[in-house]
Design a protein around this ligand. Structure first.
Ligand SMILES: [Zn+2]
Ligand SMILES: [Zn+2]
Length: 959
């Protein structure tokens, strides 16, 4: 750190816009946070200030020097060609000093690409008789209702998981379920609800250990589409053990095979401990035509999984064998293997049943996902399940189903046809695990909701009560739906971690031991009071920050004394700002992979009545929105999205996208609307196009390259030209008035604007002209219109230094009138994406109201930051200072800092650290940095650096 710092310092002090905290004044202001804390009418508060509130953390030794020398070589002077296209920039030298990993920035560091194939783990053989076995509900999404829960089938040395919705990985971390022990993942359907967690899971497994790991993935044939889509950002090696079964979906009736050939169960796994087979379920209406269905759409196929444990052989009685004239040895063994043996002495055939107790059939578990009524029709008539029905006569091999887990939606499960079908399993235990409001009251991620509750207690202004705590009791105690009492069969609602034991035999049945208790909000706060008694005063102080009347006298005098504090002067754009103007909600603030306390990147820009935008959309974004806004509130936010902007192709920034888009599609079914605008790097286009073969995402894509300043300038020029062009269509281009029909006819006209010979073909040839401008043109027009309606003047992407096609973004609000009727500038928010500090970012951030900057590493890990093209806390703050931004929000922390990152208090006077679900209202920006010391108080006993995470982090494709 010291060398970096002095470097920067030299550069800055020779520049006109000298960074204030690098000036000698800095020494006098080592404790800005405490010196800016005004006295409170609370006597004990002085004790807060006088004692070291904040633990001083030993800096973690910079590691991996060897590797870094190499990347610093890149840094010295050779970064010009790619990133320094503007020789006039005065910060360029600084950026060279900062350095970056060129190979990585250009996508040539595919260390994992060399792996031929990620291996499956070799497991010792389990003893089929003595193994412990159970099925367990992994309640992912049970509280947030955003995804399908998973089911774990457990044996001593084998684990099977059914469905992998978003958040599964985070769930497993929370509940100490080791991902590395999972051998097989089965999908009951292939869609974002059941498989949204798969990309992240595969990447995490690929990063385990030196070699990486893989897992068998099973699903109906649509799985191929998902795998093809995931190839855009997941190494092939991670997906070699993917196996699909059943007929391929096709819109071409002639090409579709006879579905009847898929009527029999398909055996997927058959070993000593379990046999797992798949029974395919398709909508009845697609099978009408003499068994040849007219069209099987992707996503139509659903699966009933049948898991059968082997029978337990009855006890062998040697004395009975002896009586039959047999001798110990091969003859006994044959009998025990179930074969008959001829007794020469008695001249009779001896059968196993003569010498053994009858064998006991193994338990059978069914997992049923029946998504629609027409699937239900098919389900009720399935011949392949006959053997499993209790009352069915003429069974070939009688099988008694022990337990049925229903993943079907509540609307289907509660229908009379479904309950009648359930009854056919006789005494089987039914567990209803589809979405149910019943489970909403117990947060699935207990640890992070405990922190959320503490943050809320301390500072409800930045951490509003979670959507769940605020739920009305009436909603929580929604009546148990039709099943249960009205059914003659055994049926209960699933709860998180509910188990059904299969082995040992004497323990067969439900086990509620692991179901978490309801977490009482009051207990969490009591615990906090005991642990950190000063928190009471801190909360009062924070309350005072909001309810005081602006600047205190002390602050004003400080400002005169210390000129740099004038930086804290309220920017014009915040004059009489309204609280319903803007709120920045940090939905995910961790890097690389979802962890216990921090989800991966996602920022919701809440424009209240005018809708909202998502900047990045990591796995679990929908779930986080539900945690913040409640189930219904989040749905409203999704419906009101104006666009989703994705910074780069790393999975931690976009793998929640499909789920959000699918949810929006479902919510807007039957409502007139337009496809949602998704702006992202070009690799994302390939992913989305491939994914849409699986399920329609109802979106339109725009390449980030089309939204750079240069591209937008070309677009504006072209727009003007097209407006002035005498053409019948031009009368349609009144902003906001064009209806859909008009627009589509206009789009056709627009796309010809750039054709050869057309007046604007010169745009094609201009250097730096955006790609596919003729395709992008109508989308850009649409974007402009939508931004305007949302009160935004511009959305501009700019290239950053991280990986190929990595971007940051500027959002600028339109001008508005202040209380004096004077026109004032709108606010400006800049989000860095993942990046090294770079001139483009500093330029784009000039005068920003808020800079949301990644700060993956602490200051002492600058080498690490360079190697991975990320930034340190200090570097992020430097960028903000150089660009003269008003407030800096740091985010995207390495998961090695589980709860709070390591940072230097001295430089935080305009900066705050982001936490998951932190909601920063634009009106609260002035006080924001002053809250940080108190937030830090909450974690003073738990600043742990988790080194074990680093191995995982090295999967280059994932951060
Ligand atoms: Zn990242
Ligand atoms: Zn990244």
């Amino acid at each position: 750190m010291p060398c970096m710092f002095s470097n920067l310092r030299l550069l800055f002090s020779s520049s006109a816009t000298a960074s204030p905290f690098l000036s000698p004044l800095k020494l006098r202001l080592r404790r800005p946070s405490s010196s800016s804390v005004p006295p409170l009418p609370l006597a004990p508060l002085s004790s807060l200030r006088s004692r070291p509130l904040f633990t001083v953390f030993a800096a973690v030794e910079p590691r991996r020097r060897r590797r870094l020398r190499h990347s610093q070589d890149f840094a010295r002077g050779r970064s010009r060609r790619t990133f320094a296209d503007d020789p006039g920039r005065d910060k360029e030298a600084l950026m060279e000093g900062a350095g970056f990993n060129r190979k990585r920035a250009e996508g040539r560091d595919r260390s994992d690409g060399s792996r031929k194939e990620l291996q499956l783990k070799k497991r010792p053989k389990a003893n089929p008789v003595s193994t412990i076995s159970y099925v367990q509900i992994l309640g992912t999404g049970m509280d947030t209702q955003d995804t399908s829960p998973s089911v774990l089938l457990f044996f001593d040395h084998q684990r099977f998981i059914f469905n992998a919705g978003e958040g599964l990985q985070r769930f497993c971390t929370e509940h100490k379920i080791k991902l590395s022990k999972i051998d097989h993942i089965f999908l009951s359907r292939v869609c974002s609800e059941t498989s949204g967690g798969l990309p992240g899971l595969l990447l995490t497994l690929a990063g385990i250990g030196d070699e990486g790991m893989s897992v068998n993935i099973w699903g109906p044939s649509d799985l191929k589409y998902l795998v093809d889509a995931m190839k855009s950002f997941i190494p092939n090696a991670a997906m070699v053990h993917t196996k699909s079964f059943g007929p391929a979906p096709s819109s071409d009736a002639a090409a579709v095979p006879d579905l009847n050939q898929f009527a029999d169960p398909i055996i997927l796994v058959d070993d000593d401990v379990v046999k797992i087979s798949a029974v395919l379920l398709w909508p009845e209406d697609s099978g009408q035509n003499n068994g040849v269905h007219s069209a099987m759409r992707p996503g139509d196929m659903s699966v009933v999984y049948v898991c059968e444990l082997p029978e337990l052989k009855g006890k062998f009685h040697p004395e009975r064998a002896k009586e039959k004239g047999l001798k110990p040895g091969p003859e006994y063994r044959e009998l025990q293997l179930g074969k008959s043996v001829f007794s020469k002495r008695l001249n009779i055939m001896v059968h196993p049943s003569d010498v053994m107790d009858p064998s006991i059939p193994g338990p059978v578990v069914l997992l049923v996902d029946c998504p629609t009524q027409s699937h239900l029709q098919r389900l009720s008539s399935l011949g392949s399940l006959n053997d499993y029905y209790a009352e069915f006569l003429g069974k070939e091999t009688p099988k008694t189903v022990t337990c049925v887990i229903h993943l079907s939606p509540a609307s289907i499960v509660s229908s009379p046809d479904y309950t009648n079908w359930m009854k056919r399993f006789g005494s089987a235990q039914h567990i209803i695990a589809g979405h149910e409001m019943k489970n909403i009251e117990i947060p699935i991620l207990g640890s992070s909701s405990r922190i959320a509750a503490r943050l809320n207690y301390l500072c409800p202004q930045l951490f509003p009560a979670s959507g769940f705590w605020s739920l009305k009791q009436s909603c929580l105690s929604a009546p148990d739906s039709a099943h249960g009492t009205s059914l003659s069969c055994q049926s209960i609602s699933a709860e998180n971690l509910l188990k059904f034991t299969l082995r040992p035999r004497d323990k067969i049945g439900l086990d509620r031991y692991y179901i978490p208790n309801k977490m009482a909000h009051s207990n969490i706060i009591d615990e906090l009071h005991t642990e950190i008694p000063e928190i009471v005063e801190a909360a009062q102080y924070i309350h005072h920050l909001w309810n005081g009347t602006g600047e205190t006298g002390e602050e004003r005098s400080l400002m005169q004394e210390e000129p740099w504090l004038s930086e804290n002067k309220l920017p014009n754009c915040l004059e009489n700002i309204r609280r319903d103007d803007l709120e920045i909600v940090l939905l995910g603030t961790g890097s690389s992979q979802p962890s216990k306390y921090r989800n991966v990147s996602s920022i919701y820009i809440n424009l209240f009545a005018k809708g909202g935008l998502l900047l990045d959309c990591g796995e679990g974004t929908l779930g986080q929105m539900k945690r913040r806004f409640g189930v219904g509130g989040a749905d409203d936010a999704v419906k009101g999205l104006i666009c989703i902007w994705i910074s780069h192709i790393h999975a931690d920034h976009h793998s929640g996208l499909a789920r959000i888009l699918a949810q929006r599609r479902d919510l807007l079914k039957g409502v007139p609307h337009e496809p949602l605008l998704v702006i992202g790097p070009r690799q994302l286009k390939r992913y989305l196009e491939a994914y849409q073969r699986l399920e329609d995402l109802d979106m339109q894509f725009l390449d980030c390259r089309n939204t750079t300043e240069a591209s937008l300038n070309v677009f504006e020029e072209a727009s003007e030209l097209s407006m002035n062009r005498p053409s019948p269509e031009s009368s349609n281009s009144h902003d906001g008035l064009t209806n859909v029909t008009n627009r589509s006819s206009k789009n056709v006209a627009d796309s010809t604007l750039f054709a050869r010979g057309a007046p604007m073909q010169s745009f094609w040839k201009r250097p730096g002209s955006p790609p596919d401008i003729s395709v992008a043109f109508p989308v850009l027009q649409n974007m402009k219109k939508m931004l305007k309606e949302a009160g935004l003047e511009a959305l501009v992407s700019f290239p950053v230094v991280h990986c190929p096609q990595a971007y940051g973004v500027v959002l600028k609000a339109s001008q508005r009138l202040n209380s004096d009727g004077k026109l004032i500038e709108g606010w400006k928010i800049v989000y860095s994406g993942d990046t090294r500090p770079c001139p483009e970012l500093t330029e784009a951030s000039r005068g920003a109201t808020v800079l949301i900057h990644e700060a993956t590493f602490e200051d002492s890990m600058v080498d690490e930051a360079i190697a991975r093209n990320h930034s340190t806390t200090e570097e992020a703050i430097q960028v903000g200072a150089a660009a003269g931004v008003y407030r800096i929000i740091l985010t995207h922390f390495s998961q090695r800092y589980p709860k709070i990152p390591v940072f230097d208090e001295a430089h935080m006077h305009k900066t705050c650290i982001a936490f998951d679900l932190m909601s920063i209202n634009i009106a609260d920006l002035p006080v924001l940095p002053r809250v940080l010391p108190y937030l830090k108080m909450l974690f003073r006993n738990e600043m742990i650096v988790d080194e074990s995470d680093d191995a995982r982090d090295s999967v280059s494709v994932a951060s």
